[in-house]
Design a protein around this ligand. Structure first.
Ligand SMILES: Nc1ncnc2c1ncn2[C@@H]1O[C@H](COP(=O)(O)OP(=O)(O)OP(=O)(O)O)[C@@H](O)[C@H]1O
Ligand SMILES: [Mg+2]
Length: 263
């Protein structure tokens, strides 16, 4: 486990709505340097929105988001470029550029940031090779995304993420759609990369096995705020029915098939 330090990311009083739909009415959450924090919550509660607000793809309506002492909600587009280099984002869809081979996909972020941090083609070549090795896919640079399995695509997406050496990696449902073996492989990667690179990891998942396996702490989003945060043991011991049902995968009363059919 990595050494846990001071607060790195702080959401305070964050509000976000789309039209009349309130996603967050008061989001308070602290993410500590070096920890692996898992965000839990039902479909559509706003987990991806939280990550997108952190990397500036969405802007909160109110409240503050501080990263390493920098107030993100007040940053201009240019300054955000630097933040995006420091915070890697593994998209829910592991979006790769289908027209680029794996090597160019992984090099993409490096080339984009080349203006900030000069790297020679040789250095990029080495960094791409090392990143693919870290995710267990050495030597696949020439393959095209269409030739990859779902699990491999996720790992290439992860290699692209770590290639720019971020301080934080946001994983949006890294194991969704994968079989149990590839899920375990991704979980091991999340842990292995956190340890090897001493980074802070934020993982969104519906999979409780993943959540308990990879996390130092968990935070559950429910009705626009954080319902509970704490260690896996805190979650396992919780008596809150929303937490218990989520962990056990039980639908709330009135949502069972018989009741729905009777309506
Ligand atoms: N850009 C947007 N414009 C309008 N509505 C949006 C936008 N992005 C997200 N939403 C809505 O906000 C809500 C939360 O979306 P979000 O993607 O964060 O859910 P989630 O918790 O990640 O769900 P899932 O587990 O299914 O990925 C959803 O109702 C979604 O339709
Ligand atoms: Mg999502």
């Amino acid at each position: 486990m990595t050494e846990i330090g001071e607060p790195l990311i702080q959401f305070s009083g964050v509000k976000k709505r789309f039209g009349t739909k309130i996603i967050y009415d008061n989001l308070d959450l602290t993410i500590v340097k070096g920890e692996t924090l898992t965000i839990l919550g039902g479909s559509g509660v706003g987990k991806s929105v939280m990550l997108k607000m952190l990397i500036g793809l969405l802007t909160p309506d109110a409240g503050s988001i501080v990263f390493d002492g920098i107030e993100l909600t007040k940053l201009g587009a240019h300054a955000y470029g630097d933040i995006r280099r420091r915070i890697g984002y593994l998209f829910q869809s592991a979006a790769l550029f289908d027209s680029l081979n794996v090597g160019d996909n992984v090099a993409y972020g490096l080339r984009e940031h080349q203006a900030v941090k000069r790297m020679t083609d040789d250095e990029i070549h080495h960094r791409v090779g090392a990143s693919l090795e870290l995710v267990g896919l050495p030597g696949v640079q020439e393959m095209m995304p269409s030739d990859l399995s779902g699990g491999m695509r996720k790992r290439v997406g992860l290699a692209r993420c770590i290639a720019v050496q971020p301080e934080v990696i946001l994983y949006d449902e890294p194991s969704t759609g994968l079989d149990p073996i590839n899920t375990a492989r991704i979980n091991n990667l999340v842990k292995g990369i956190a340890d090897a690179l001493h980074i802070t990891s934020v993982v969104v998942t519906h999979d409780m096995g993943t959540a308990f396996d990879v996390s130092d702490r968990l935070a559950m989003v429910h009705r626009g705020r954080i319902l509970l945060q704490g260690t896996p043991d805190v979650f396992k011991a919780s008596n809150d029915p929303n937490i218990r049902n989520f962990i056990l995968g039980i639908a709330p009363p009135g949502e069972d098939v018989a009741t729905l059919l009777a309506q």
